[in-house]
Ligand binder design. Structure first.
Ligand code: SF4
Length: 300
């Protein structure tokens, strides 16, 4: 796959809050980090402005759940995003993980800001964790599966080039074969661009610790099945880009040669020749599982 050497001055990690306002049963971060503490909006914007002034080309807006920003301080995430997007300069904003339960409260505002500002990558990371409405509820995710699908649908309707990342936990203690099959169906249905899979594990202080884990061979088998589907879906998605022209930002050298960049939809590309930190137009030659192989279109 495309392993990436990070380039610290080009990419600025912009932490916007600590903790979260969720109470997911499988999670131990909550007790480790405590409840939500959003940083003052002016401080965040100032930090971003200075980073851009110093040559940063990509702001990575980061938190356990970016969308819950401001729930404690009376601010809104959409407002913060808009302020960041109006900073002068040629740069991109990558919005980190949004918990669906936090996004749903301000969906229209967030979509509007994404749509209005080209600086924001057309990319969302919206973890769903399971395709089973029952397990979703038992995980205390505080939204329904239909709400998740509606959010993805609305985002895609307004921003057709959107790419979607999601997370799945395989083998939550109450997950039956039938529940797991619903996860496979969900992935087939929504075809995410990126799927992070993790196997369920008891974590210290997590509420789900008192439940009995499912047998390890079952866990392994499910994880294997989901991985196969992930490979298929990601490859299909990436093949759809073949022949298209994309605007990319080159962010680093590839570890196995070439250069790594990202399209306006935060699709990962690899190209032979490029200049780090610059934007360029490329043609996608081939869609591979984890990246798009590109060539410069100035070279014709
Ligand atoms: S998984 Fe849930 S409880 Fe844990 S950090 Fe994320 S939102 Fe908070």
């Amino acid at each position: 796959g495309a392993n990436i050497k990070s380039n610290d001055s080009l990419i600025h990690i912009l932490q916007i809050c600590e903790g979260c306002s969720g109470g997911c049963t499988f999670c131990c971060t909550k007790s480790a980090r405590g409840s939500l503490n959003s940083y003052p909006i002016e401080d965040i914007v100032e930090e971003a402005r200075i980073a851009v002034e110093n040559g940063c080309k990509e702001l990575q807006v980061t938190a356990q759940d970016t969308a819950c920003f401001g729930e404690d301080s009376g601010e809104s995430f959409a407002t913060l995003l808009e302020k960041l997007a109006t900073i002068d300069g040629d740069f991109r904003i990558r919005v980190g993980m949004m918990h669906p339960k936090s996004l749903k409260r301000q969906l229209d505002d967030v979509i509007r800001v994404f749509k209005q500002y080209d600086k924001i990558y057309n990319f969302i990371h919206l973890p769903v964790q399971t395709g089973s409405p029952k397990v979703l509820e038992q995980m205390n995710r505080l939204h329904t599966l239909d709400e998740f699908k509606e959010m993805v649908g609305l985002f895609r309707k307004e921003i057709p080039s959107l790419s979607l990342a999601t997370d799945i936990i395989v083998g939550y203690p109450t997950e039956t074969d039938d529940d797991f099959n619903q996860t496979l169906e969900l992935i087939e249905e929504i075809k995410p661009d990126i799927i992070h899979i993790s196997k369920y594990m008891h974590r210290p202080t997590a509420k789900s610790n008192t439940l009995e884990e499912i047998p390890h061979n079952v866990m392994k088998e499910r994880s294997h099945k989901l991985n196969d589907l992930k490979t298929k879906v990601m490859l299909e998605n990436n093949r759809n880009y073949e022949g298209s022209i994309q605007n990319v930002l080159i962010t680093s050298e590839g570890v196995s040669g070439g250069y790594v960049g990202y399209t306006d939809s935060y699709k990962n590309i690899i190209i032979d020749e490029a200049v780090i930190g610059e934007f360029m137009k490329v043609e996608i030659v081939e869609g591979r599982r984890t990246y798009l192989l590109a060539k410069s279109i100035n070279k014709y």
